[in-house]
Design a binder for this molecule. Structure first.
Ligand SMILES: Cc1cc2nc3c(=O)[nH]c(=O)nc-3n(C[C@H](O)[C@H](O)[C@H](O)COP(=O)(O)O)c2cc1C
Length: 199
């Protein structure tokens, strides 16, 4: 049967804090049978990756099936005819949220998000800033109204995380859940360790 792109995920990493979450998502996707990832890393993310992680750019790029230069607005993911299951921007800066909200697609990450919206595909923004200004909130409302899923990388405690890695894994699990993918260690409410203790 012809591949209609249902197992392709566009992954954007932009310059918000939390580059590790994007990296962990790419690693998790490697274990998903038959899935391709198409990675676009913004200029801002190059800086956060260098500042916040031990990874070189080459190592991050190697985690994806394909990677596309941020300036290449003619790359595969710049066209709606290149079928995908959707896109996740993880983490997503407020500048990138603003670009998505306004359709100002002056780099490949923004163009790919614009395409994802126009093709009515799933767009997940792991939007990260604190505190949020009225500008941020307005832009987040706009992209939510356009159908994007705003999935901020907030802390979760009901799963009793023992480490930052556990917290990151939970966020990755929530993102993958949007695309019907199950992260093996993902703990849902009601499962083993998440069960409520009875008095
Ligand atoms: C170490 C570091 C952390 C940052 N964290 C955030 C953040 O959490 N959220 C945010 O919106 N911007 C953050 N920024 C600022 C963005 O990187 C900056 O606005 C950049 O222009 C975003 O561009 P991009 O979305 O194209 O990556 C951070 C910058 C640095 C250097």
């Amino acid at each position: 049967m012809q591949d209609l792109g249902t197992k392709r995920l566009v992954v954007g990493i932009s310059g918000a804090s939390g580059a590790t979450i994007g990296i962990e998502l790419l690693k998790a996707m490697q274990a998903m049978p038959g899935w391709e990832t198409h990675l676009v890393v913004s200029e801002g993310a190059r800086r956060t990756i260098a500042h916040e992680t031990q990874y070189t750019m080459a190592e991050v790029e190697a985690l994806a099936t394909r990677h596309h230069p941020i300036a290449d607005v003619g790359a595969l993911v710049a066209s709606g005819t290149f079928r995908t299951a959707g896109m996740v921007v993880v983490p997503c800066s407020m500048k990138t949220v603003a670009g998505v909200a306004s359709g100002y697609s002056d780099n490949l990450l923004l163009r790919a998000a614009d395409v994802t919206i126009k093709e009515r595909r799933k767009l997940v923004l792991v939007a990260r800033e604190s505190p949020l200004s009225p500008i941020h909130l307005r832009n987040l409302q706009t992209v939510s109204d356009l159908g994007a899923i705003i999935l901020p990388p907030v802390l979760t405690f009901y799963n009793h995380p023992a480490s930052i890695e556990d917290m990151v894994r939970h966020i990755v699990g929530k993102v993958l859940d949007v695309f019907g993918l199950e992260l093996p260690q993902f703990q849902r409410w009601g499962q083993a360790v998440c069960q409520e203790t009875t008095p």
